[in-house]
Each structure stands twice: as structure tokens, then as C-alpha cells.
Design a protein around this ligand. Structure first.
Ligand code: ATP
Length: 565
């Protein structure tokens, strides 16, 4: 009985360690104790041996390690130079690259430092100090180790990355891999950095801080923007070609900049398009208020302070400053000088001819021309200059000539496609029984600006039927107004009151760029368009009466069909 009792084995009782495990543990402890003694010896040697000898031993050890190791190691410190004051751009690129790589689910770093700045929602990843992350390139395995050491007797930290790659392939791998790291880092920086909206700071008295800024968070994108699809595609392609054009612009010796003139009635979406362009390219926006700029030198100073990858916007260029007056003043001065006469009772000075604006301390047309196309305009890279205006004809031709304003976008009233996009965005409807009536109104001069349509749809977003009815009624009123004012209708009237729709007509004749019902994109010289538009205007006049008759017939049929619904 007793023996059976002793033979009983409690399953919960731990089994004794096997002999082999004990032996292995003892061996490990022995190695540890030997290492400990070695460390002690090293400490003693460090105190006893002169520092020169120590560093010699250290480099000998490293050389030996390099010789025996199948890997090559490259150190990238955070700062360059003897005193370590210049930021090492490669370190920054590696940091960004590893951040980008860590965003991908495949990346496996055992320990990552996460951070988020108060002004952004984005979480940043960084390899934790003294940890390693592996990467692969062209079928080879590489690794990055992030070293962070505290500097003795200081709170400073010394940071560096060490790249490890197979020694046999180091020559073939190093340059292409670092190029890959840099391009991925730049791309990541472009899309992830917080973008800002700047405006010129009035009254600071100093040109050093000419701009003040806030985070740029405009929600308009090419997806939300209601534009004719072809126009949208063309603008996006043009912007993409521009932002990828670094090599091209350098090769042909042109400054890497592009000018856009956006013109159209109030509410046609000029500002929304600028925001969409900035979001598409991930650029900063500099909204230049010309009336706050005291003179040309301040304008130049502001230009110098803008960063690369930015859009410099001057809204309502025709209203900002009296630029044409400046030109006329010069002309008057020149005439007076030639005639040897007096101007406004006083003696004409030669200096006043040179630049009347400089004297009166304001921005002149020549100042603005230099801003967009002069020597100083090349002080940065990858910049768009965008002017907006409600009346293109009021802008001085010199400002919008080729090379200054390379792309002219005419934004008009809502075309059929644009209206459908707005209806989809605001009401969530793809089709509606009244869409046909809306299309008829648009085609016969009743179209409204996107802002007008957006306002009606926003107000009635809970009830698509009411919204559509209200849109149709607004469009019909518009048709009546256009008819009463002698507008031809036929292809959709202008948007805001007093808006001249000849721009859209011009494009029809030209066949240059894209022709869409209400909004167009033109590239090339405006002088050519004007010549052709004159011809078109004559034709337009002769057809006007005929169009009017057709228009009234159509309006009556539309009104009838709508009331029958
Ligand atoms: N194409 C569009 N797609 C969607 N919404 C638009 C569009 N155009 C204008 N809107 C809406 O209309 C409003 C006014 O647009 P925006 O300020 O861009 O017009 P604008 O042409 O710059 O006007 P202004 O000449 O008066 O400055 C905005 O709230 C915007 O949401």
C-alpha cells in the first residue's frame, strides 16, 4: 500500500530538470562570468593604457571585424562636419524612408517609436533607439540600425543610422539603393508633410517675416469638384506633367514654374479649383494680397520667402492694384517728354518716366511682371503662379502672355456633367426624373454657377425632389433674364450678373485645347484667340435673332413639360 502511495505521481507536480539542461545553464553562466572578467579587464586597461593606444586597438578590432564579416557597414550621422553642426540630409532621408516603410504592413520592426504633432492627425513611425529594421532591395537583404548615444556630461544625444549590406555586392548595391531611399523619402515627405496656407503679413515693418500661416485644410479635391470630366482630366495631366518635369525644365533651361489664369464669374469655382490643385500636388498655398504690399521691393522680398512646391495665388488680379493706370501714366509721361511740354502743371522728370510707381511707393505693373517672369522668379523651384479674375479682358495683356500664364482656364456655369456630379455629391442621386428637364434648361441658357446650384442643393439636401424642382425653377428664371437682356441662349448663359460668355464661344471657334459646354482650358497665346474671337462675334451677331426665336419656343416647351410633372 505504501509503495503504491509513493509511486503515485501528482500530475501538477513539476518534473525535475533534466541533466542536459542543467549542464547547458552552467556553461552559459560560465561564459557570462568569463565575459564579466573580460569586461573588468577592459575597464582596467582603459584606465591604464594611453588613449592613443586604446583608439588604435579599437580601430584594429574594427578592421578585423570588417575583414571577417560578410557584411559592409555604412554609418550615416545626423550631423556633418568637424563640429557636427550641418544637418546631414541623408540622415533625414533615411529617417523619412524608414517612416514610409514602416507604414506598410509588411515592415517588421520589433520596436517602433510613435509620435504625433499637435497640429496634425498623422502618426509618425521611427525605429526605436538601438533597434534594427530589415529591408530588401533587388533580392538582397539589408538592414538599418538606429543608434542613439547620450553625449558624456551633456543632455545632447548623438544619433546615427548604420546600413548593413552584403559585402560582395556593396558596389552594385550602394548607389542605387541610396537613390531609391532618397526618392521614396522625398515622395513620402511630399504627401505626408503638413501643408500651410500663407498670407502676407501687413505692417510688421520687417521683410524678414513677410508671411503668416495656418495649416491648409481645404476639403476641395478633384473628386469633389464638379467640372466637365475632360477638363478635369486635362488639368490633372498638366499638373502631373509639371510636377514630374524637374529634369525637363533643367534640360531646356526654363525656370521650373507654371502660370495659371483662372477666369470666370463669381462662384464658378476658381478658389475651389486652386484648393483642389494644392491638394492634388500636396503644395503649400501663398495667398498674396497685393493691396497690402507697399512697393516692388517688398513684393520681391515676399517672393524670395516662398518655398518650393507651392502655389502663389493672386486673386482678382484686375482689382488688386491699378496696374493699367500705371501703364497709362508712363505713356502720358513719355508723350509729354517727347513734346517737351509740361505735365499737370509741373516739370516732367526723367526719373518719373523710369518708374512712376517706385516714387509713389506702390506695386507697379513692371514689378508684378518681374515677380512672375523676371530673374527673381527663378529663386525657387516647382512653383505655380495662379491669377484669378472675373473679367479676363480687364487684365493687362502683358500679365497673361505666354510664359507668364501658360494655361488659361475658363470656368463658367454648370454644364450637364458638372450638374450631375453636384447632384451625386449633395443629394446622393445618380438619376432623377427631372434630370432631363435640368439638361434642357442648361442647353437653353438657364445654367447656373456651381455656387448657385450648390446652395440650392445644400439647402434641400434632405429632399431630392424639392431640390430638383427648385433648381429647375431657378434655371427657368435665369432663362427669362437672359432672354430679356438679349442673350442668345443656345448653349447656356453666363453665370453671375454681367458675366460675358464670349470666352466660351471663343473656344468653340478655336478648337484649341478642350471645348466643353461651360468650362474650358486653353494653352498658347491669348493674342491668337482674340483674333479668332472677333470673327466669331460677328457671326454670333447675325445669328442672334434666329437664336432668340428658337429660345422662346424651347423655353415655352420646357415650362410646359415641367408644370405637367
Ligand atoms: N466646381 C465646383 N464644384 C463644387 N463646388 C463648387 C464648384 N464651384 C464652386 N463651388 C462651390 O461654390 C462656392 C464658391 O466657390 P468659389 O469660391 O470657388 O468660387 P469663385 O469662382 O472663387 O468665386 P469668387 O470669384 O467670388 O471668388 C464654394 O463654396 C464651393 O463649394
Amino acid at each position: 500500500m505504501f509503495s503504491s502511495y509513493f509511486r503515485y505521481e501528482n500530475p501538477k507536480k513539476k518534473k525535475p530538470f533534466p541533466n542536459s539542461l542543467i549542464t547547458r545553464t552552467l556553461k552559459k553562466m560560465e561564459i557570462l562570468s568569463q565575459m564579466w572578467s573580460l569586461l573588468g579587464l577592459l575597464t582596467v586597461l582603459q584606465n591604464v593604457l594611453p588613449s592613443q593606444l586604446l583608439s588604435l586597438l579599437h580601430s584594429l578590432y574594427e578592421n578585423l571585424q570588417d575583414l571577417l564579416s560578410p557584411y559592409s557597414y555604412f554609418e550615416i550621422p545626423e550631423f556633418n562636419g568637424y563640429c557636427g553642426v550641418d544637418l546631414n540630409d541623408l540622415y533625414r532621408h533615411v529617417h523619412l524612408y524608414l517612416n514610409a516603410v514602416n507604414h506598410s504592413p509588411a515592415a517588421a520592426c520589433r520596436r517602433v517609436t510613435l509620435s504625433r504633432s499637435p497640429s496634425s492627425n498623422r502618426i509618425s513611425f521611427a525605429v526605436a533607439p538601438n533597434h534594427t529594421v530589415h529591408d530588401s532591395f533587388n533580392g538582397h537583404r539589408l538592414s538599418w540600425t538606429h543608434h542613439v548615444d547620450t553625449v558624456q556630461d551633456s543632455l545632447d544625444e548623438k544619433r546615427s543610422f548604420t546600413l548593413r549590406l552584403p559585402k560582395r555586392h556593396r558596389h552594385a548595391l550602394l548607389s542605387p539603393y541610396l537613390e531609391h531611399v532618397t526618392s521614396r523619402a522625398e515622395e513620402f515627405e511630399r504627401v505626408s508633410r503638413e501643408r500651410r496656407l500663407f498670407t502676407n503679413n501687413n505692417g510688421s515693418g520687417s521683410f524678414e517675416s513677410g508671411w503668416v500661416s495656418v495649416p491648409f485644410r481645404h476639403p476641395s479635391t478633384f473628386e469633389t469638384l464638379a467640372l466637365e470630366p475632360e477638363l478635369k482630366k486635362q488639368i490633372k495631366e498638366d499638373l502631373t506633367a509639371f510636377s514630374n518635369g524637374k529634369e525637363f525644365y533643367h534640360r531646356v533651361g526654363r525656370a521650373w514654374k507654371r502660370g495659371y489664369l483662372l477666369h470666370g464669374p463669381p462662384g464658378s469655382g476658381k478658389s475651389s479649383l486652386i484648393a483642389a490643385m494644392a491638394n492634388f500636388l500636396c503644395y503649400d498655398v501663398y495667398d498674396l494680397e497685393l493691396t497690402k504690399v507697399s512697393d516692388n521691393s517688398e513684393l520681391r522680398s515676399l517672393l524670395i520667402q516662398t518655398t518650393n512646391r507651392s502655389i502663389i495665388v493672386i486673386e482678382d488680379i484686375d482689382c488688386s492694384v491699378d496696374l493699367t493706370a500705371d501703364r497709362m501714366l508712363k505713356k502720358a509721361n513719355a508723350n509729354a517728354l517727347m513734346a517737351g511740354s509740361k505735365w499737370k502743371g509741373g516739370k516732367v522728370k526723367t526719373a518719373s518716366l523710369r518708374c512712376s510707381g517706385e516714387e509713389s511707393g506702390r506695386v507697379t505693373l513692371s514689378g508684378l511682371l518681374n515677380f512672375t517672369d523676371g530673374l527673381w522668379s527663378c529663386c525657387g523651384e516647382e512653383r505655380l503662379v495662379v491669377f484669378t479674375t472675373n473679367h479676363r479682358d480687364s487684365v493687362d495683356p502683358a500679365l497673361v502672355r505666354c510664359g507668364r500664364m501658360d494655361v488659361h482656364v475658363s470656368l463658367g456655369t454648370c454644364g450637364v456633367h458638372a450638374f450631375k456630379e453636384l447632384a451625386r455629391n449633395y443629394l446622393g442621386v445618380e438619376s432623377h426624373v427631372m434630370l432631363e428637364t435640368v439638361e434642357g434648361c442648361i442647353r437653353h441658357g438657364g445654367s447656373l454657377t456651381p455656387a448657385q446650384v450648390g446652395e440650392i442643393l445644400l439647402r434641400n439636401r434632405g429632399d431630392a425632389d424639392v431640390a430638383m424642382r427648385e433648381v429647375v425653377s431657378a434655371m427657368q428664371s435665369r432663362m427669362l433674364v437672359v432672354a430679356a437682356s438679349g442673350g442668345g441662349g443656345g448653349r447656356g448663359g453666363g453665370g453671375g450678373d454681367g458675366w460675358d460668355q464670349t470666352d466660351n464661344e471663343e473656344t468653340t471657334t478655336m478648337g484649341v485645347g478642350l471645348r466643353s459646354p461651360e468650362s474650358v482650358l486653353m494653352m498658347g497665346s491669348p493674342e491668337n484667340w482674340d483674333g479668332l474671337s472677333g470673327k466669331k462675334r460677328k457671326e454670333h451677331g447675325s445669328n442672334n435673332c434666329e437664336k432668340k426665336v428658337k429660345f422662346f419656343v424651347r423655353l415655352r416647351s420646357l415650362t410646359k413639360s415641367d408644370s405637367s410633372r
